[in-house]
Ligand binder design. Structure first.
Ligand SMILES: *[C@@H]1O[C@H](CO)[C@@H](O)[C@H](O)[C@H]1NC(C)=O
Ligand SMILES: *[C@@H]1O[C@H](CO)[C@@H](O)[C@H](O)[C@H]1NC(C)=O
Ligand SMILES: *[C@@H]1O[C@H](CO)[C@@H](O)[C@H](O)[C@H]1NC(C)=O
Length: 439
């Protein structure tokens, strides 16, 4: 997790060089010693800040990892059943727990599908001779209106199946299901066909209509719920169509971009807008702002790259507006980096226009970034909690911004009043210039 640290080290170097060389709009000159000492202190400050950002970054990432990898082994079954092995299936909030008995080739499985409404059926199946839905040997759980859950087996012979109760191609001596805290669990013993322990698996959920299973939706979660399972090694693999590595890369793309364009950039903008009011935060706010936006930009460029690669790898699938907004974001973000290098000194007469330009592009980037995160969420179609989490982050940031906005106005108006008194009733406009940048 040394990315922010590296970035801040670069930044510190950049600021040092910048200070030595002066802005590009100014002739070269060496600074006096006292100023060099100040630069050194700035360098240390930025480096410390890098550590702080590093910490924030770590907390953010570890939270994400905890959310992604809900550990299936910590689940406590109601009847204290113990299963030696478990795997978290990649989509649809599902887990598979089992005990394999090599002496008689049976496996006791518990399939757990979390967060299931009472009007939803769930099923888990092995496909012995093929992959995907057709040919699969399914265990089905159908909740009843009285709260109990009916469990039975169904051999799926076509896409038009109604999941009728039929025997499987192998023996299933026991099967039952229950609903616990919104999770549906199917327990069954399977007599595995001779010698085999490795299979294609598929799992699914869909609506119940008139007491019978209805066709499941065709969202990405439903299309990606297949893969392999090995009851001896405990290894699971991804399915053929849109599984595993592609899904993984899409998730990586999503996390990188949501964190950078969707969260870090707005925070960086808030730092610039609200911290500079405080005199004590001079010039720290400026460096925090750069550190935030530079981290966001570098993570964002990585995310942008993964997006381009995803786009070129998914033939026939075009998300034109998502892609175009992404390219615009990259262009505007890069423009902002160059804007930093070309900014006039605070008292330069063009600085006013530069400020308007920089703020305008900045707010456009943030707006487009947030829009594109939502577009991406719609495409990726992950579990609802991700969208909710992102909306939660935005609402928190928005609330903080509203409070700080009010606070800022309060301070600015107070300062104006004080200056008025000091200047004996003459309107002072001095506070404006306090907002000038540090370097
Ligand atoms: C298979 O073996 C296990 C453990 O040896 C035993 O508990 C289980 O009842 C056996 N299952 C069948 C169907 O014989
Ligand atoms: C799978 O193939 C084997 C051998 O061809 C056959 O005996 C078995 O019935 C098939 N199973 C299913 C579920 O189609
Ligand atoms: C719930 O309803 C099903 C059939 O609709 C019935 O077989 C089962 O016994 C009922 N269970 C309870 C606890 O009433």
């Amino acid at each position: 997790m040394s990315i922010p640290l590296t970035i801040s080290a670069f930044l510190a170097l950049f600021v040092m060089m910048h200070n030595f060389l002066g802005t590009p709009l100014e002739p070269l000159k060496l600074l006096p010693t006292t100023q060099n000492i100040r630069i050194l202190i700035d360098f240390i400050k930025i480096f410390k800040m890098g550590k702080f950002l590093n910490l924030l970054f770590c907390i953010l990432i570890s939270n994400l990892i905890i959310c992604f990898a809900q550990d299936c082994s910590s689940y406590n079954f109601r009847n204290n059943e113990i299963y030696a092995t478990c795997v978290s299936l990649p989509v649809q909030n599902s887990n598979l727990h089992w005990n394999y008995h090599p002496n008689n080739g049976t496996v006791d499985v518990a399939y757990r599908h979390a967060g299931v409404s009472t009007s939803t059926w769930v099923a888990w199946a092995l496909n012995l001779n093929g992959s995907g839905m057709v040919g699969s040997q399914a265990l089905v759980a159908l909740p009843n209106s009285n709260g109990s859950v009916q469990a039975y087996t169904s051999s799926v012979d076509s896409y038009g199946t109604g999941l009728q109760q039929t025997p499987l191609s192998f023996d299933v001596p026991t099967i039952r299901a229950e609903r616990v805290n919104g999770d549906v669990l199917i327990y069954a013993t399977l007599v595995l066909p001779s010698g085999r322990t490795s299979f294609n698996q598929v799992w699914q959920s869909g609506p119940i209509s008139n007491g019978a299973p209805g066709a499941h939706p065709l969202g990405s979660e439903n299309r990606n719920s297949l893969g392999t399972v090995d009851f001896i090694t405990g290894q699971t693999g991804a399915g053929a169509p849109v599984g595993g590595s592609l899904l993984h890369r899409r998730n990586t793309h999503g996390v990188l971009n949501a964190v950078s364009w969707g969260i870090l950039m707005p925070i960086g903008a808030m730092v610039a807008r609200y911290l500079k009011v405080f005199k004590v935060a001079h010039p720290a706010w400026f460096y925090i702002h750069i550190a935030c936006q530079a981290s966001a930009y570098s993570v964002g460029v990585a995310g942008w790259g993964t997006g381009l690669k995803l786009g070129s790898d998914s033939e026939g699938i075009k998300y034109t507006s998502h892609r175009n907004i992404g390219i615009t974001l990259f262009a505007l973000g890069t423009l902002q980096v160059f804007a930093l290098l070309l900014r006039p000194k605070p008292d330069n007469k063009y600085r006013k226009y530069w400020n308007i330009y920089h703020g305008g592009v900045g707010y456009t980037v943030i707006t487009l970034g947030i829009i594109n995160v939502f577009k991406g969420l719609d495409i990726l179609d992950p579990e609802k909690k991700w969208k909710h989490a992102y909306i939660g982050v935005l609402i928190s940031l928005g609330a903080i911004a509203v409070i700080l906005e009010a606070f800022t106005w309060f301070i600015v108006l107070n300062r104006k009043k004080e200056e008025k008194q000091v200047n004996g009733g003459h309107l002072a406009n001095g506070y404006d210039r306090n907002n000038g940048q540090a370097a």
